[in-house]
Design a protein around this ligand. Structure first.
Ligand code: ASP
Length: 426
């Protein structure tokens, strides 16, 4: 009991590494490809994974629903910067997804080694049918999207509430009334409550890793993991390309030199990598942007505080690549229209992903369902997610920093002040 308590105090990634090692040992003992006991017994090892994935699927919709309303209600964006911010966020996220899809299409990480879980899969019938999609936009009832895990309908419902509530808030503030406060508090508390439950489920991820890895090794040996290695490399290549894209944008769109950007911003990037949480990194991101890089406080807060709530380019890239990877494993290459669907849902899924470790796994379930991929296969990704999560979190934070630098513009703070002093403008 005491040992268990001690293990529970280790950081999640250590627990996952520990679970991996244990799983390899158990998998080898059970036969490593030539099971020494009945395969149907060994299959039960996947139970924790199945349960944890079910819980993640359940949490995905309320999480996204509340995240959207919460962001609209609480974000303080000066209207002048609002449009620029929205443009920067959308273009960066789109670029991330395009890079992810291109790399996954070119490197085809899923064609190496056979990783099939032996789940019965009906070939996906979901393609992008614009008329069907249009007819499907409006749900039959307000709660139906939550029940069906229908992302597009969910977004419509959430956005309607979010826009109306924001409008009411502005009206009340103008009239010096505080009637909006209870609903704002309620949404904030509910959002936090869902995140706490997500935390609980995520704490159990080491069990899922243990179960799925030991089961796979016992039944099929080590060969299935070959393609995962290719996947990890492909994701890292794509994330590096995204980082290069950020640096290019910083070079052309702001006064900050890309080398300084990386050097002075390294505290935030390293913290993001070590905590796997962009929310936990937020105060450090904010500080390095102002104190070390020297951005204006307003620009830093737009990127680091507002952006970090819903700007998760690394997560978007990863979710799109994961969908493609699994479709390659299943030999069910996604058509162009399906990839466009992946693109749309990945944007939404990345907005809905909270800035906490492994949150991308929660919303990924929605991307998979949108193109008819079996969410059970997310289990395979769980084994490498502890590492890739750190890499994509660093890119999430770098994305927030980039947005801040771009909002800060081409003129440095002091230079602008000096120019004002020289020309006598205050
Ligand atoms: N861990 C990421 C973050 O905090 C979210 C994710 O899992 O993709 O930004």
């Amino acid at each position: 009991m005491n040992t268990l308590k001690k293990i529970a105090q280790f950081p999640l990634y250590i627990q996952i590494v520990f679970a991996l090692i244990l799983a390899i040992i158990v998998g080898i003992i059970l036969g490593a490809g030539n099971p020494i006991i009945s395969p149907s017994l060994i299959e039960h090892l996947a139970l924790p994974c199945t349960l944890i994935l079910k819980a993640l699927r359940t949490l995905a919709t309320p999480l996204i629903f509340l995240a959207i309303i919460h962001t609209f209600l609480t974000a303080e964006i000066p209207s002048r910067s609002g449009r620029k911010l929205a443009f920067l966020l959308i273009t960066n996220t789109l670029m991330a997804i395009i890079i992810g899809l291109l790399v996954a299409n070119i490197l085809q990480p899923g064609i190496h080694g056979n990783l099939e879980l032996g789940i019965d899969i009906k070939p996906s019938e979901k393609t992008l049918d614009p008329w069907g999609l249009l007819q499907d936009l409006i749900p039959d009832s307000v709660v139906k999207p939550l029940v069906d895990n229908n992302v597009i309908q969910l977004i419509i419902v959430a956005l309607s509430f979010a826009i109306v509530l924001r409008g009411l808030k502005t009206k009340f503030i103008e009239e010096n009334k505080t009637d909006y406060l209870p609903i704002e508090k309620l949404i904030t508390v509910l959002f936090e409550a869902v995140i706490i439950i997500v935390h609980w489920v995520i704490k159990l991820v080491p069990f899922a890793v243990f179960g799925i890895v030991s089961q796979t090794i016992a039944l099929k040996g080590f060969a299935p993991f070959k393609s995962l290695g290719f996947f990890v490399i492909a994701v890292i290549v794509a994330l590096i390309l995204q980082a290069i894209y950020y640096l290019t944008r910083v070079y052309f769109g702001s006064w900050v030199h890309p080398i300084d950007f990386i050097k002075k911003g390294s505290d935030a990037l390293i913290t993001a990598f070590s905590t796997a949480s962009s929310t936990a990194t937020m105060p450090i991101t904010f500080e390095v942007l102002i104190e070390k890089i020297g951005l204006r406080e307003s620009s830093a807060s737009l990127g680091a505080l507002v952006g970090s709530n819903f700007n998760n380019d690394g997560t978007a890239l990863y979710e799109a690549m994961s969908a493609l990877f699994i479709s390659q494993i299943l030999n069910q290459q996604l058509t162009l229209t399906q990839q466009i669907m992946v693109m749309l849902t990945s944007i939404i899924a990345s907005v809905g992903a909270a800035g906490i470790p492994e949150a991308g796994l929660v919303t990924m379930t929605l991307v998979f369902t949108s193109v008819g991929l079996p969410t059970e296969y997310i289990a395979i990704l769980v084994t490498v997610d502890w590492f890739l999560d750190r890499c994509r979190t660093a890119i999430n934070v770098m994305g927030d920093m980039t947005v801040s630098a771009l909002v800060d513009g081409k003129t440095r703070k002091e230079k602008l002040e000096e120019a004002f002093i020289e020309t006598g403008i205050k």
